[in-house]
Design a protein around this ligand. Sequence first.
Ligand code: GDP
Length: 453
Amino acid sequence: MSTIAAISTGQAAGGIGIVRISGENALFVADRIFKSVSGIELNKLSGYRATFGKVYFDNKPIDEAVALVFRAPKSYTGEDTVEISCHGGLLVTKQVLRAALQNGAVPAEPGEFTKRAFLNGKMDLTQAESVMNIISAKSEQAKAAALNTLDGALFKKISEISLSLKRLAAQMAAWIDYPDEEIEDLTDENITNVLKSAKNELNILLSRFDAGQVIIEGVETAIIGRPNVGKSTLMNMMAGYEKSIVTSVAGTTRDIVEETVTLGNIVLRLADTAGLHETDDTVERIGVDRTKLKTGRASLILAVFDSSKELNEEDEEIFKLCEGKNAIAVINKTDLKTKINAEKINDLYKNVVYISAKEQNGMTELEKAIEKTLGTENFDTTAAVLMNERQYTCCQTAFNSLDEALDALNSGMTRDAINVNIDVAVENLDILTGEKATESVVNEIFSQFCVGK
Ligand code: GDP
């Protein structure tokens, strides 16, 4: 396999920048561009050794640096690796990378270091995917869940389920294939128990998925309400609440630019504040985050009402927009004299929160209501969690196949027929962990990574 190189640190000025070189010839490529002060060559160093020296490009010194040597298989990728830590800065790191590329390395594809770690058996697919989630984590809980997956929690859980099914299938197959041997046939009850228990475990994973996604990915949120009810004020208040932030985040791994607000442990992905200006369009006038609502992408709606005013036709529009959605009614301006018909709102919304955005009252209640609506209260980040749609689909397919296996058993089908369904379940669980994922699936996963990881 070729020797690859990339800048592994962020593309911005910083104290230190790291260029990573990995592959069969990593040490020799590094020796061509790096000369240690002590005179020792990197290919003579054992693993986990570092040495100080200079990096050269076209025979000219370009920076002082520390080279850290990892020997296969004890490195991130499982290959020989050298990490050159030079001064952080766009120009310096680019020059070091160019030097490596002119001396035998090829540019790493996005995620190629992690892909090699996977291909070399350093991690399974769920662990590799969690690396990406760790990089893009925007909240403590998101990071905790990703770290837990990197630690192997999901892999372990899926492998356990898969193993129990493999054992069952093997025992059933042995009974069919060797009728003369005295292999005890499993009773229907034995088979049912194993299938039900596996199904139950998968169901726990599936049912935690939505809440997990909220924690990991944040939640698309639309703040709607007629003009002047206090939508902007609410947004600003959330932004200033505790350690929350309003940022234009240029996603390092996904190229998304969006406004996010961290409320407690949940990242709300808000619209750009489009729609807050006056126009003739009724929908736009009530400040809808139109794109999200129209495309049905908003998973959470904060419908804001002004408690100091009576409800009007525009509020009726809001009621309609919230129908069948995860919506929380936020009754604002509670510091003023109440005129609103709150009863009507209480009838229509399961969750109603009273706040004064101006006086910054009611945030804790709002946070609690959001957690309740999204099912993230008491979310256990130490338990196994499905991290993405790919894993969810594999898990769901496996679950369905076990259902079919149980149906087959109950309708008196042969052991062979039942085994076909179990095989499909096992195969999907193995695809989930990467034991059986096809090359195109693997390539697709790693193409979403950033270069250098
Ligand atoms: P938007 O059009 O829905 O975005 O409303 P704004 O956030 O721009 O607020 C409209 C007006 O209501 C502004 O003058 C705010 O200062 C005021 N306002 C917002 N929230 C409150 C509140 O809780 N109490 C009071 N008294 N005024 C508020």
